[in-house]
Design a binder for this molecule. Structure first.
Ligand code: AGP
Length: 606
């Protein structure tokens, strides 16, 4: 993930900016830069590679301004070069950005047609030119930013400083987190409290859609409609070592909310977002020559494999076996010689998954893995690794790692389709752009958590809960059931909706909540029939869908609205509602959400 920081200081701020960026190094980056305002003018220094390169430059060309911003960049749009490093600027404004501007192409075309001169390949630079255009139209910086934010689509966090305004910084949060630090005659902004820990422990967290105008003596926070709002100041426990819960009650909540940001980070490691093309490191085998692919994992990671099976078979026409590792390792499966086996694991240490990898190695399979801990055993024993860049996942119930696994697997399925000739340039761009929109869809769902809190109180009374889904929503139904049972201890089962009549329908009565994962796709009408069967027997239906509940023709107890999404990315987006259902139900039940009873974060024994 990129890291951003801003300081309204009492003296030269360059050193503080670099200190803060060093505390964001854990997020991963490939270039860095700072900008300050000196005698009313904007100065900037950037460097490829590690922060020490930037420090070297600062030693020979110091920036002395007392208002400044800084950035560590994980390349998304454009290569990790100095010209693409942040801050991006014009003579009038300098800014740093974490996230993705989905509509940057059309904005860039519009601005270039008006004579704007771009110096980078980034999406970020369009923001600097949009603000400049507003300033030149006579708006002050606050109005200029307000008008600019209305033009941006995507998930992002921004910090901006302006020529001639020494006591002003404007920040904005839409999808990617942003913390405000309160100093004594100083004010700070950063991607998280860890960055600001050297300066203050008085931290407020902006909510999604907030933007704020900072001076050294105060802050004015507004919501996306421009209405003044307050955000509580908390005492942060962040330090360089302790991963902080931020302003969340549980790590699981924080990690659910980090998903728009970390999905971008994982996506950026697999695609060139500037061209919407797959851009992955070469694999040790050619998908065109692979006749069968084995996928294996445990728990939530296994449900990622189940989703991937749909993707590889539908889009790459590649036969896939998806197996629970504890079964696969003993089944002595007859594997194709020169076949490929892919293992998914957040920890990279799960015993059953590692044992299965070793079995496949003994059967001369090419070994690929998707892991979140890059120096883990599974990663080390693989021929190639697709890293999920979710950052540390502390909650035992896996959330952000799951959606990052899906992101990496979706990109791999597109790469396989390209290699096998089943995905051409147009379809590649369509599918990658659908992935690019996922963070914005996730951010929208996360703005509507109150519905989940209401649902939690009724679900908490249930003895059993049934989750239903069809197609690639079936694994999400399985994942939803696992999430609920592992943190709320309510028994839940996930079923293919088409299986309802083959037994589970016997369970249905007025005490049975049935959670139906039903994007409005080509299987929707068939799932509606299942809902009608449930409704006819008094089952309490919770519909998770972008469809209008009225189209079901049956009583819907709760509708959890999801934005309309491309069918390819539905599993990624629909993972959020089932995470939120489980989380809020567990909170209502008062269980230990982050450390549920009997569970370990990594099952390193059989
Ligand atoms: C998921 O919420 C569970 N904590 C568990 O099922 C987990 O997914 C499983 O143990 C696999 O762990 P791994 O991804 O680290 O291999």
């Amino acid at each position: 993930m990129c890291g951003i920081v801003g300081v309204l200081g009492k003296g030269p701020v360059a050193g503080q900016l670099v200190d803060a960026l060093k505390r964001l190094e854990y997020r991963g980056y490939d270039s860095a830069g700072i900008a300050t305002l000196e005698n009313g003018h904007l100065g900037r220094l950037r460097a490829e590679g590690k922060l020490r390169n930037l420090e070297e430059r600062l030693r020979s060309a110091p920036l002395l301004g007392e208002t400044g911003i800084g950035h560590t960049r994980w390349a998304t749009h454009g290569r990790p070069t100095e010209t693409n490093a942040h801050p991006h600027m014009t003579d009038d404004v300098s800014l740093v950005h974490n996230g993705i501007i989905e509509n940057f192409r059309e904005l860039k075309t519009e601005l270039m047609a008006e004579g704007a001169v771009f110096t980078s390949d980034t999406d970020t630079e369009v923001i600097a030119h949009l603000i400049t255009r507003e300033l030149k139209a006579g708006n002050d910086p606050v109005r200029a930013v307000y008008h600019t934010l209305a033009r941006l689509e995507g998930a992002f966090a921004l910090a901006m400083i302006f020529r001639g305004y020494n006591d002003l910084m404007i920040v904005a949060r839409q999808g990617s987190p942003l913390a405000i630090g309160y100093g004594n005659g100083e004010m700070f902004a950063g991607s998280d409290a860890i960055a600001l820990a050297p300066f203050t422990d008085a931290i407020a967290y902006l909510e999604d859609g907030d933007w704020a105008v900072l001076t050294r003596t105060g802050i004015a926070i507004r919501d996306r409609e421009g209405k003044a709002v307050e955000r509580p100041i908390t005492r942060s426990l962040a330090s360089g070592l302790l991963v902080d819960k931020g302003n969340y009650r549980h790590f699981m909540a924080k990690e659910i909310h980090e998903q728009p940001e970390v999905v971008v980070h994982t996506l950026a490691s697999c695609v060139d977002l500037a061209t919407s093309r797959i851009d992955m490191a070469a694999l040790p085998f050619d998908f065109a020559k692979i006749r069968r692919l084995s996928l294996s994992a445990c728990g939530t990671a296994f449900y990622a494999c189940m989703v991937a099976k749909y993707w590889f078979e539908r889009w790459a026409r590649l036969p896939v076996d998806a197996d629970i590792a504890s079964e696969f390792r003993y089944r002595e499966s007859a594997l194709d010689p020169d076949g490929a086996a892919l293992f998914v694991s957040q920890s990279g240490e799960t015993a059953d998954t590692l044992a299965t990898l070793r079995y496949c190695r003994s059967q001369s399979q090419h070994i690929l893995s998707v892991v979140n801990v890059h120096e883990s055993s599974i990663a080390r024993e693989s021929d190639a690794v697709l890293p999920t860049l979710a950052g540390p996942e502390i909650g035992v119930a896996s959330t952000k790692a799951f959606t990052c696994q899906l992101t990496a697997l979706a990109c791999l399925a597109i790469a396989a389709g390209k290699a096998r000739g089943t995905i051409g340039p147009e379809l590649e761009m369509e599918l990658v752009q659908a992935l690019t929109e996922v963070p914005r869809h996730m951010a929208k769902i996360l703005r509507d958590e109150s519905t989940y809190e209401t649902l939690a109180s009724s679900l908490s009374k249930a003895r059993d809960v049934l989750y239903l889904g069809r197609g690639s929503s079936y694994p999400i139904a399985m994942e939803g059931a696992l999430k609920l049972k592992e943190i709320s201890y309510i028994h839940a089962e996930g079923y293919a909706a088409g299986e309802l009549k083959h037994g589970p329908i016997a369970l249905i009565d007025e005490n049975m909540p049935v959670i139906v994962i039903a994007p409005r796709d080509d299987l929707y009408e068939k799932t509606v029939s299942n809902m009608q069967e449930v409704s006819a027997r008094g089952g309490q239906i919770v519909l998770v869908s972008d469809a209008d509940p009225a189209t079901t023709g049956c009583a819907i107890a709760t509708h959890l609205a999801v934005p309309p999404v491309h069918r390819f990315v539905a599993p990624l987006v629909y993972a959020l509602p089932v995470q939120l259902i489980a989380y809020h139900t567990a909170v209502f039940m008062g269980t230990d959400v982050d450390q549920p009873r009997n569970l370990a974060k990594s099952v390193t024994v059989e």
